[in-house]
Design a binder for this molecule. Sequence first.
Ligand SMILES: Cc1ncc(C[n+]2csc(CCOP(=O)(O)OP(=O)(O)O)c2C)c(N)n1
Length: 309
Amino acid sequence: MAKLTLPAEEWMYRGHAACPGCGPALAMRLLLKGLGPRTILAIPACCWTVIATPFPTTALAVAVLDNPIESTGASLAGLRAAADALGLADVTVAGFAGDGGTADIGLQALSGMLERRTDAIFVMYDNEGYMNTGVQRSGATPQGAWTTTTPVAGTRRGKREPKKEIMEVVLAHHPSYAATANPAFPEDLVRKAERARAARGPRFLHILAPCPPGWRFSSEETIALGRLATETGLFPLYEVEDGVYRITRPYGTLKPVDEYVRAQGRFRHWTDAEIRELGAQARAGWERLCRRERETAAVARPPPIPLTA
Ligand SMILES: Cc1ncc(C[n+]2csc(CCOP(=O)(O)OP(=O)(O)O)c2C)c(N)n1
């Protein structure tokens, strides 16, 4: 296997409070390799508040603001304004929130910071549920997944509604940079964090973060499962810069979704027909993405939108 070429510096300490095989812990470790030490993080109530800062310890070498779950976007606006007022132009202001604190409870503040073109990075780590409080369903939980609030019993077969497409919501705000990333592809993740850091204006990263206790899989399989999520087309890796799409992990043929589904206890009740349906959805999503890449490459890049103060 080729040797990874990642920055050697670590901005996350050992001895943190994450579960073994925690996808969000890997996501943070790699993200900070790209963002570097001149970063201020806003972290809402989520697994990461527990991982990072059980008082009086911290697992992070960067400054952290611990904020209410709904207000990460507002915190980013305040931190950016404060950094600018202090002349700290080189400081990167970034939020790091779960899917609940981003796509559900934090959506209003996220929309506000995107629309006002706040000069900051919002990172959503997607473990596809409210995991810190005991595996409740979120808007980002996939359809058909078992959670403690979407049981499998009698006629009930897990979550009824489809997964919320947060990238579509974010892209409707015309961010200067938005990308998906996956700790199973660490170099791609670090490069996207570096690109996000270098850009200006509102930026967004959607990082897939497998959760062994919540998804019901064995903790040593986090990377293998993450790879499958991307290789099946369920979680394609791409970036959008000023409206231009670029797939960063191209595939000739997608892998079948069976192995990905069967490895997770939250999908244990699925029939073969349901797995086939998910495969069809993955292919349709992948084809839509390929089409967008072709279409947006053909149009001239729009001029950058000026920043507000
Ligand atoms: C307004 C509000 N509602 C509910 C909670 C309780 N709460 C704390 S963490 C959490 C789960 C957050 O889920 P997510 O953002 O997906 O992050 P994860 O726990 O999965 O890392 C909830 C519901 C809260 N802190 N504030």
